[in-house]
Write a protein that binds this ligand. Structure first.
Ligand code: NAD
Length: 266
């Protein structure tokens, strides 16, 4: 990409040369909001929903497994699928993209990290106060009374709630369920009030999270989209596309804005 394009508002940049407007806005920002999706964890080896449905699970539709109806119909099947995913997540480590975001929280006065991921890798990278829009695969709750249960047996069959005896299920927002209202409210607030909004590794297909970058853009916030593809991403004068893997782009971006900062390399 040519340097003229790198400096102009909007447009597409490679991972080494960022638009001057993005770098300056990030360095001078009081408030930064970040939305992450499955792409940020791809380099940690965590498969997307579709990829996860291989082998034994290849014949299932994700919507047959990730719904309250599916759990009511066959709690054992749903529990076993999530158990397998939970084990895979536990074997994965945060990648340089997660680490760069954890580093960023100490470089800007206020950082709000909003994730659609359920893998807990941001927290394991050191990010504090993560807004989890879709829950966390490492937690479970009572399917009858919605109570989060902190200790549970890692059994093949769904364990029972110690309080009421109901079945325990993953504490994940399934298709057809509402997002935690406070989490989405905080996310929308942060998106509209930020100086810079980073949208990282999300396809913008799952609402209401998908609207957050455009909500930010409509409020005049500078939006930087970090993704390996610009498919499904919006365009506009203050929307910049930083094409590449988040594990490359995010550390580069932080180092460009704060050259003295070190972030563990891949
Ligand atoms: P998605 O799978 O729909 O989209 C992933 C996006 O990441 C795509 O736009 C893709 O181009 C991009 N991408 C892929 N590799 C990348 C990389 N290395 N760097 C930067 N971008 C990359 O994911 P989504 O938008 O998060 O929506 C899927 C839903 O499924 C979410 O609601 C999420 O809760 C759930 N989910 C979570 C996990 C997880 O916790 N890790 C994994 C799979 C699905």
């Amino acid at each position: 990409m040519d340097s003229a394009a790198a400096g102009r508002p909007g447009g597409v940049s490679d991972v080494r040369r960022f638009p001057a407007e993005v770098v300056a806005a990030l360095r001078g920002a009081e408030k930064v909001a970040v939305l992450t999706g499955a792409g940020v964890s791809a380099e940690s080896g965590i498969p997307t929903f579709r990829d996860a449905l291989s082998g034994l699970w290849a014949s299932y539709d994700p919507e047959e497994l990730a719904t309250p109806r599916a759990f009511r119909r066959n709690p054992s099947l749903v529990w076993r699928w999530y158990r397998e995913r939970r084990h895979r997540v536990a074997e994965c480590d945060p990648n340089p993209g997660h680490l760069a975001l954890a580093r960023l929280q100490d470089l800007v006065p206020r950082l709000t990290l909003i994730t659609q991921n359920v893998d807990g890798l941001h927290q394991r990278a050191g990010s504090r106060e993560v807004i989890e829009l879709h829950g966390n695969i490492g937690r479970v709750k009572c399917a009858d009374e919605d109570r989060v249960v902190t200790e549970f047996a890692d059994t093949e069959e769904p364990p029972r709630c110690p309080e009421c005896g109901g079945l325990l299920r993953p504490d994940i927002v399934w298709f057809g369920e509402l997002l935690p209202p406070l989490a989405i409210e905080r996310a929308q607030h942060a998106a509209q009030l930020a100086d810079v909004f980073l949208s990282v590794g999300t396809s913008n297909l799952v609402e209401p999270a998908a609207s957050l970058p455009w909500m930010a853009a409509r409020s005049g916030v500078l939006v930087a989209v970090v993704n390996t593809s610009d498919e499904g991403q919006g365009f506009g004068p203050r929307i910049h596309h930083l094409l590449g893997k988040s594990g490359d782009v995010l550390p580069d971006l932080v180092r460009t804005a704060w050259p003295a900062v070190s972030i563990p390399a891949r």
